[in-house]
Design a protein around this ligand. Sequence first.
Ligand code: NDP
Length: 275
Amino acid sequence: MSTRVAVVTGSNKGIGLAIVRALCKQFQGDVYLTSRDIGRGQEAVASLTSEGLKPMFQQLDINDLNSITTAAAYFKEKYGGVDVLINNAGIAFKVADTTPFAIEAEVTLKTNFFATRDMLIHFLPLIKPGGRVVNVSSNSGLRALNQCSPALQQRFRIEDITEDELVGLMQQFVDKTKKEEHKKDGWPETAYGVSKLGLTTLSMIQARRLSKERPNDGILLNACCPGWVRTDMAGPKATKSPDEGAVTPVYLALLPPGATGPHGKFVSEKEVQPW
Ligand code: NDP
């Protein structure tokens, strides 16, 4: 049998680094720490190596299609595919940031929704039977959903929303912030929340598609919230350590062989949440 492989995006620091640490201890196979910056990635590898762990490294900037396709080709060539993919890379503007909201919306959705979707476009076909895919989303996405107009909420919640429709809605939000029309048209005033609302909805759509198109492959794909975690993103007042924040993503990544769920769910504290 070929060596199994797990890949974690944005894992040079924060929750991603803690996920790699946990997988190095618990996953039977090669674990890849990936980062957009090679120097920061190699420093992170060195720090885990000094803990006695053996992560591997691959450069991966999810905003760079060339980087995504190069990495995808590498994993296909070396391992024949990927067993575990954790889409953890993400960004958030600080509350105090004075960047105009329309730019914040464009930049935040670019990474958290559109670039993560690019990862899925290129990596989902590589996921091996029995594979696990985890999209690190946020409770902020659920809060943003509940702040949308009833009409928008219904569109996000209907079971037959298509990926094209979702992509159109996310683009619409960005476009409407430019004309300052997003609030009037039922959107909340949170770019990060909308980006994660999009990512969770995308996870549900893609899980349904996997069940339909690869019914016998037993792949489980979920979105999750890691909790409020002390990282550069959330700051020192957050309640969880990065290792504690890694618990739910790692639980979903290591759902045992033959498990039939959760699949296509939003999971927080290892529990499926209502959507
Ligand atoms: P950090 O800011 O500490 O780490 C984010 C990581 O993502 C960094 O490694 C960063 O790399 C990387 N990254 C950003 N953009 C890209 C990109 N284009 N390509 C590759 N990597 C990229 O954040 P956290 O660890 O807190 O967050 C991890 C995930 O958890 C995010 O998706 C976040 O939204 C989510 N989350 C976090 C919560 C929290 O309380 N911390 C709560 C809910 C969700 P670099 O160092 O190069 O910038």
